[in-house]
Design a protein around this ligand. Structure first.
Ligand code: NAP
Length: 300
């Protein structure tokens, strides 16, 4: 007789998934809480995502989703959270149970809450200035999509997407424009697109209250490059880099040098993971334990 499978399985699907910190985060939490579970990375080719989710490995509770599947995975899911539907991107799949219909696949986007958490935790004029303020997002990929949606929380006056491919930037703006979950908001922000080599970029940056890097520029091993090599920052600005390897990117070092308030990508990484974890296990992630495990991993 076969032993029944008791170990629960969660993980990450992407292609490739080599340098992810997610197993360190989730497995340290699983170990601390004494759960009979494991978090694994699965390198799944785009053409195999549907089959992976239909066949589901033994003990499957759900999975994180990363590049390049965040948008295409949606066609393999049964239901989306309002945030996933609004952003058109999923980073968390949960195998849920319906009393009548049985198991079904639910998609959520915890990048949105993960991005907002470090900003909402700040009690600062910098954050208060975002209401009616100007926000610049560098990049127009999956993370930029989550950020462009998330920053509506602050009812900014203007969101500018800086894209190397303006067509992709325009597509993002067009898709996000009609979406407003917070329907009581009186006005949607004005959104526009510019490019990294536009002559007015310096002015756009100097007028911004929040600048978010949602490109991989500055990521290890390219630690000496920055998406904004010519920028001077202001002490009234927040500069937020989603890159977390290294934590102190060249962009953040430049911004800190000029006195801006800087936020690195590690806290977002933790918060989006915590928001996935609780959906799979029904338990809160022990943040201090996970922070310690991450620090150890990053200092190795
Ligand atoms: P993505 O979907 O591949 O998008 C990357 C974006 O950056 C695209 O718009 C791309 O332009 C642009 N880009 C790439 N290289 C560029 C360059 N040299 N110059 C100008 N633009 C460039 O990736 P993503 O999922 O959005 O992730 C972006 C970054 O955020 C990654 O570093 C990722 O690790 C980080 N991230 C962090 C967290 C966190 O929790 N901290 C969460 C999600 C993502 P094209 O469209 O023209 O290719």
């Amino acid at each position: 007789m076969n032993n029944p499978v008791t170990t629960s399985l969660v993980g990450l699907i992407g292609f490739p998934v080599k340098h992810t910190l997610s197993p360190v985060i989730h497995n340290s939490a699983i170990k601390f809480l004494g759960l009979d579970a494991v978090y694994k990375s699965f390198e799944v080719r785009p053409r195999d995502v549907k089959d992976f989710l239909a066949e589901q490995p033994a003990g499957f509770l759900g999975t994180n989703v990363t590049i390049p599947h965040k948008q295409t995975v949606i066609e393999s899911l049964d239901q989306l959270s309002p945030v996933a539907a609004a952003t058109g991107a999923v980073n968390t799949v949960v195998l849920r149970q319906d009393e009548d219909e049985g198991p079904y696949l639910y998609g959520d986007n915890t990048d949105v809450a993960g991005f907002l958490a470090p900003l909402l935790a700040l009690d600062s004029d910098h954050v208060r200035r975002l209401e009616g303020g100007r926000i610049v997002i560098l990049g127009s990929g999956g993370a930029a999509r989550a950020v462009a949606f998330a920053v509506r929380e602050f009812s900014p006056q203007r969101i500018t997407i800086v894209a190397r491919n303006p067509m992709k930037g325009n597509q993002l703006v067009e898709e996000l424009e009609p979406v407003d979950l917070a329907s009581e908001r009186e006005e949607l922000p004005q959104s526009s697109v510019t490019t990294f080599d536009h002559k007015d970029l310096d002015r756009t940056i100097s007028e911004a209250d929040l600048i978010v890097n949602a490109t991989p520029i500055g990521l290890t091993p390219n630690v000496h490059i920055t998406p904004l090599p010519d920028a001077t920052f202001l002490s009234s600005q927040i500069v937020y880099d989603l890159v977390y390897r290294p934590r102190h990117t060249r962009l953040l070092k430049d911004a800190a040098r000029d006195g801006a308030l800087v936020i690195d990508g590690l806290e977002m990484l933790l918060e989006q993971a915590a928001a996935s974890f609780v959906q799979w296990f029904g338990e809160e992630m022990p943040m201090d334990v996970v922070r310690e495990a991450l620090d150890a991993e990053l200092n190795r």
